[in-house]
Ligand binder design. Structure first.
Ligand code: GRG
Length: 299
């Protein structure tokens, strides 16, 4: 059966944005001779592996929704992907989630050793801020983007959420605790992706608030779907092992709410996210389609 025209259009748009992000990431990983070859290989192995590029696409689409040419936000889009990839490399380490597969490849430490994987993550985290500082104009927008990305990736968000998530393994907990972990661990990076696109496009306060609400809602929906995919998804499509949450005794949405209620909640969040976009009119068509993708994704 043929896919609806809208779906085809969205697939084309996101494929083209992914192509632009991938090309730019290749450029960012052409290091000078002072970068050790093994470190450069480890960075490229993880950063250039096949991935959805959800966060950078969100940066570019939010910039476009605010009426600005998306190429002006490309350095910020790549910066978010660098921070995200660093977090995946470190999350896979034996001291954390201990995963040997990521993005359909051996995880970074499985291929290059733990020390090089830690350093590859460190290098990506640092390079993200260089990409924004040197690539985003005007300088005030670059400084604003750096501050927001640092906040989202820092102790009160990504890193703090990860710490609490590790501490919550094999411990009893409720929905409030689970949502608090994921608002920081997964949600903050998705939310900041939307905000960075808006900042580059000099969004109005109303537009920035709308992007923030949309980002918060799809961030939580993304995590609920992630939990459902860990339970029943296809490891080959996902490019990582499934069933790890129950092995690790993790607090998850399906474990707390059941599969049907988790799915219902995710759908409700996606509807609320789309409703937040009215301020943009037809300029938000791609963000609307992307919200549906977050709900229906299988990888
Ligand atoms: C180590 C600081 C630090 C943080 C780790 C990102 C993260 C926090 C943990 C990853 C574990 C995980 C599976 C989280 C759930 C959601 C998530 C962030 C999945 C990976 O992102 P995708 O699905 O992956 O967008 P790709 O490979 O497509 O980029």
């Amino acid at each position: 059966m043929a896919a609806p025209t809208e779906t085809i259009a969205f697939t084309d748009v996101s494929r083209e944005l992914r192509r632009q992000v991938d090309a730019a990431l290749h450029g960012y990983t052409e290091y000078d001779a002072d970068c050790p070859a093994k470190l450069a290989d480890a960075i490229r192995h993880s950063l250039l592996a096949p991935a959805k590029r959800l966060r950078p696409i969100l940066v570019l689409m939010s910039c476009q929704a605010c009426g600005c040419e998306c190429s002006s936000a490309l350095p910020a889009a790549c910066a978010v992907e660098m921070v995200h990839t660093y977090s995946l490399i470190h999350d896979d380490l034996p001291a954390m989630d201990d995963d040997d597969m990521r993005r359909g490849r051996p995880s970074c430490h499985a291929k290059f050793g733990e020390a090089t994987a830690i350093l590859a993550g460190d290098a990506l985290l640092t390079q993200a801020f260089e990409a924004i500082a040197t690539g985003i104009q005007p300088p005030a927008a670059a400084a604003h983007c750096c501050a927001e990305l640092a906040q989202a990736a820092g102790a009160s968000n990504l890193v703090g959420g990860q710490e609490d998530d590790l501490a919550a393994e094999h411990a009893a907990g409720g929905l409030d605790q689970l949502e608090r972990i994921h608002r920081r661990k997964t949600g903050a990076m998705i939310r900041v992706s939307l905000r960075l696109g808006g900042i580059v496009a000099e969004a109005t306060p109303d537009e920035l608030t709308a992007l923030d609400t949309y980002g918060t809602k799809i961030g939580l929906a993304f995590q609920i779907v992630d939990d459902l995919l860990d339970l029943a998804g296809d490891a080959a499509k996902l490019g990582k092992r499934t069933g790890k949450d129950s092995t690790h005794g993790k607090l998850t949405f399906p474990a707390l709410l059941g599969v049907d209620e988790s799915r219902r909640r995710a759908r409700q969040l996606i509807d609320e996210a789309k409703a937040a976009l009215t301020v943009f009119g037809s300029r938000a068509a791609d963000l609307e389609s992307l919200a549906d993708y977050v709900l229906n994704r299988d990888r």
